[in-house]
Structure formats: structure tokens, C-alpha cells
Design a protein around this ligand. Structure first.
Ligand SMILES: [Mg+2]
Length: 307
């Protein structure tokens, strides 16, 4: 694992805005609310980020399980929309049950689902190098590609395209080898999890593990890659479109995207024409979210301390 801090995380996102949909902020300043129940009537479909909104590591965030029960009682349709490239639609319910949630598989859409629907369209898998631990739930669909983890990060000569999927098991040495072997070459790039980092907490203190978006950012910084990467997770549109199509959304302003990260959940939700709710119980916990909004230049419609 490669550890980064919040300032490096924000800096990495902000210099890659060209990879993301254009910023489309609400016309009015964010409205402070006490929780999602206050605005529920305005929406037909609620999309929920997972990490920092529903759970933190293996635990549900206080109040999240009750909030889901309340939405069910009110007859609201919702979907978890997560940049999770280790969980697909077949194992989602099991993962969330371990954290106290009663989601059905079809109530969760992950960036792994979107990646898995794209993989069969590859014309020549042998040109692709993949960053993901082995074994991985998608191994069957990855047949014919090269595991860059197994190459200790060194990109073989026949590989001209890189899929950044999962950070687990990816080391600084592998990243150094990736960058050294990419010098003087240009690659097609796709990223399953565009997040720059995943926060975790020890004794209440935040730590952030770098995730695939960051590996790609560092590769581009070191080797001047020119391609715009394909994004299968937030803030890319593909994952939101997958959910919107599943639920037959006709009026995007009746959809609420709830998240804890401005550059992924909020930027992506705004770009789709959804309303957005930023929670303070995730990555920005203990910091000034108004400052984060000003620094990022990305604003939600609503801000709440938690669900
Ligand atoms: Mg999150």
C-alpha cells in the first residue's frame, strides 16, 4: 500500500480536472440541512456513495442503517453507487450484510460492474496490462490480459494499454517500475476506480491509502501520458448512466446523489443534472467543508453532517 495525505489527495484531483466531466455547480449556495429526511420528498431516486456515507471500513457509520430503513419505509427507491473494484453485483449484498445493511444485490452498482460490462468489448486483451491483486473476482473476464502486479510493475513491450483496477497489493516499488518502464511510451488508459485515495481511521486519526486514480496520476506526471483515460467509476458518467437506465430516470432533477467527496460524488452528480448532498462524516471529517468547496470550486446543493 502507498499512503498519502489529504492535501496530496486534493492536489491530485485538482490537477486532473481535464479527465472529469465539466464542473456544473448549482446556481445557488449550498443549503445546510440536518439530514436526508428533510429533503426526501423532492426526490424519486436516491444514489448513495458507500465509503464515508454508509460505512467506514468494516463498520456502518452511525445512523446510516436507520436512514436506509427510514427510506424503505417511505417507499423511496435508492441505489448504492460505489467506486469499488473488488465487489460486483453478485457479491454486493453479502458485503453489505456484514456491515449491518439489508441491500439486495440489485440495489448496489459498483465501478467493477461497469468495468465488467466493458471488458468483453476488448478487441485484443493481450495488449492490456492490469493493476489488480490476484485472485480477483473478475479473473475470468481478464483472461488474456497481463497482470502488472505479477510483473512487479514492469510493463512488457507488447502492452500498450493499462487498466487501473485495484490498489490492494500495489507497492511503491511496483509504481516505480511502472513509471520507469513507461518512459518514452504512450498508453491507452482506463481506470476502474478513479478515486485518488481511500481513507481509514486509526484511533480517530485519518490515514489515506492511494488508490488507482492516484497511480494513474503519478504515471502521467512522471511520463507525460497524453491520453484522456476512460473512467468506469465516479465522476465518470458511465456508472451514473447505468443506474439511471436501470431505474428509468426521465427527470434528473428528481435524483439525489449523496456523497462525501467533492471531486467524484458531487462533481459527477452535478454533471448528470442530479441534485447533490455532501456529507461531512467521510473524507472531510474534522475539516472545514466550506473551505474544501472553495478550494475545489465544486459545490453541492445540500450539506449535512451525516445521512
Ligand atoms: Mg466516499
Amino acid at each position: 500500500m502507498i499512503e498519502i495525505n489529504l492535501s496530496i489527495l486534493n492536489q491530485s484531483y485538482s490537477r486532473r480536472m481535464g479527465w472529469y466531466p465539466p464542473v456544473s455547480n448549482p446556481e445557488v449556495a449550498p443549503q445546510r440541512i440536518s439530514g436526508i429526511e428533510e429533503i426526501l420528498d423532492q426526490f424519486d431516486l436516491i444514489m448513495l456513495d458507500s465509503y464515508g456515507v454508509l460505512c467506514r471500513g468494516m463498520k456502518a457509520i452511525n445512523g446510516a442503517v436507520d436512514a436506509i430503513a427510514m427510506m424503505r419505509e417511505r417507499g423511496k427507491t435508492f441505489s448504492v453507487v460505489s467506486n469499488d473494484t473488488m465487489t460486483n453485483q453478485y457479491v454486493a449484498a453479502e458485503k453489505y450484510a456484514a456491515r449491518g445493511f439489508d441491500f439486495a444485490n440489485e440495489e448496489v452498482v459498483t465501478s467493477l460492474d461497469v468495468t465488467e460490462s466493458w471488458l468483453p468489448t476488448l478487441e485484443d486483451p493481450s495488449r492490456w496490462g492490469v493493476i489488480a491483486p490476484q485472485p480477483h473476482p473478475t479473473d475470468k473476464l481478464l483472461e488474456g490480459t497481463t497482470s502488472l502486479n505479477a510483473c512487479n510493475g514492469v510493463i512488457p513491450d507488447h502492452v500498450d494499454s493499462i487498466l487501473f483496477m485495484v490498489g490492494t497489493g500495489w507497492t511503491q516499488e511496483m509504481q516505480d517500475n511502472l513509471e520507469a518502464s513507461a518512459k518514452g511510451r504512450q498508453f491507452t488508459m482506463a481506470v476502474g476506480n478513479p478515486d485518488m485515495g481511500a481513507p481509514y481511521y486509526i484511533d480517530g486519526n485519518i490515514h489515506i491509502n492511494a488508490t488507482p486514480g492516484y497511480f494513474m496520476d503519478q504515471l502521467v506526471e512522471a511520463t507525460g501520458q497524453k491520453a484522456t483515460p476512460l473512467l468506469f467509476g465516479k465522476p465518470g458518467k458511465a456508472i451514473f448512466q447505468t443506474v439511471a437506465e436501470r431505474h428509468g430516470v426521465t427527470d434528473p432533477s428528481r435524483v439525489l446523489m449523496v456523497g462525501d467527496t467533492l471531486y467524484t460524488d458531487i462533481l459527477g452528480g452535478n454533471a448528470m443534472g442530479f441534485k447533490t448532498l455532501l456529507l461531512e462524516c467521510g473524507i472531510y471529517k474534522g475539516t472545514d467543508v466550506n473551505q474544501a468547496i472553495a478550494d475545489a470550486g465544486i459545490a453541492p446543493d445540500f450539506i449535512a453532517p451525516h445521512l
